[in-house]
Structure formats: C-alpha cells, structure tokens
Design a protein around this ligand. Sequence first.
Ligand SMILES: [Fe+2]
Ligand SMILES: [Fe+2]
Length: 187
Amino acid sequence: MLLREDHREVRRLFREYRGLVAGDGQGGEDARREKVERIVEELTVHTYLEDELFYPRLRQEVPGLADDMDRAREEHHVADLLCEELIRMTPADAGYDAKAAVLIDAVERHIDEEESSWFPKVRAALGRKELREMGERMQAVRETAPRHPHRQRQRQRQRHAAPHRRRTGGLNGPATVARELADSSSG
Ligand SMILES: [Fe+2]
Ligand SMILES: [Fe+2]
C-alpha cells in the first residue's frame, strides 16, 4: 500500500535526522537542514494524498469515524504548521531541533494510529479492486501534489473558495482528480 510505503520512508528520514542530532550533538547544520527539508516535502505530499483521497473514503466507507477523522485532519494541520515554521528557520536558530523533535514525535504517534486502526478498516471495507484503484489515483495525484506546506494551504484555500467542486462528482471522483491535476499544472 502506497501510504504504508510513505510511512516507511518518513520513519527512515526521522531515524536519519535523529542520528544526525545524536551523532556529534550538532550533526552539521547543512545536513540537518537538508534532512528536515526532505521530511517536510514527504509529509506535505503524504498528508495531501490522505486529506484528498484516503480520509474522505474512510469517512464514507466506515461509519462512526467522523470524530477520529476530524482529529486526524487537525493533526495534519498541526504538522503543516510546524513544517512551515521549520522551513523558515535554520538549524542555528534556537529551538530548531526541539521543533523538529515535536513534529517527529507527533507524526510517529499519528502514523502508528493510522496503521493500527484505520488501514485495517479500509482494507476490510474495500475490495481488492477498489484498493488498487485508490492506489492508482493516489499515484496520479502524487505527481502534482504540493510539496511545500505553503502551497498546500494555498490549494486548500482555493478549494474552500470554490465549494461547487465538492458537489460535482464527489471528492473521490475521477473528475476531482483530473481537476487536481489540471490545477497543479496550471499553477
Ligand atoms: Fe495522516
Ligand atoms: Fe499517513
């Protein structure tokens, strides 16, 4: 599953970042900054895919998860804010590693919960074919997903300013994905 592969990659980056911090106590500012930039990019793409394709599907297919989904979205939002702050800082700034550590801890808890609670529910609710189709849609949207938290929020604002999009074709419809692709190639 594509989301699980993302999680594996994110966890690997987290380990590498922790290794840099633990190594000589400083880990080299360039190396730490590069690692954080990679983490921010991975997380931005990943949370975008979940917000657009995975969570809405989960909400639709598994009754009684609305509160959990609301909380998960807020967790994404908090991660976005921390990412946005981090990329405006440098490792020389006070609090850089502390902020990164808070981000990493929060995201680790979040993905543990997704893997233990929600992935199995979606697997149980969807057939093999539907899972494959969702994976293919994610792969297509990933190509043009925002890679910067600022771009991600811009995209969200555009969507809220154009609520008709949610009514035409549904969030999971191929039309929505096509629009996402069109939007991101034009902007
Ligand atoms: Fe998530
Ligand atoms: Fe996730």
